[in-house]
Design a protein around this ligand. Structure first.
Ligand code: FES
Length: 62
């Protein structure tokens, strides 16, 4: 599932980043290039939530 349509970032990429320790909002925005080069940034909230879930080792509620 895509979490970011502007950058084509998938749920699995976001989970992997969270497990690798990329958890701070500024780290995520930098890593994935959110809010840069005209990207809308609407996905930031969802990406943060999926990272938090990945760090906790839980699964998102669908
Ligand atoms: S949907 Fe992620 S930057 Fe636009």
């Amino acid at each position: 599932m895509y979490l970011c349509l502007c950058r084509g970032i998938t749920e699995s990429e976001v989970r992997e980043a969270g497990r690798a320790g990329c958890v701070m909002p500024c780290q995520l925005e930098s890593k994935f290039g959110l809010k840069q080069n005209g990207n809308c940034g609407r996905c930031v909230k969802n990406i943060r939530e999926f990272v938090a879930i990945a760090v906790q080792g839980a699964h998102p509620v669908q």
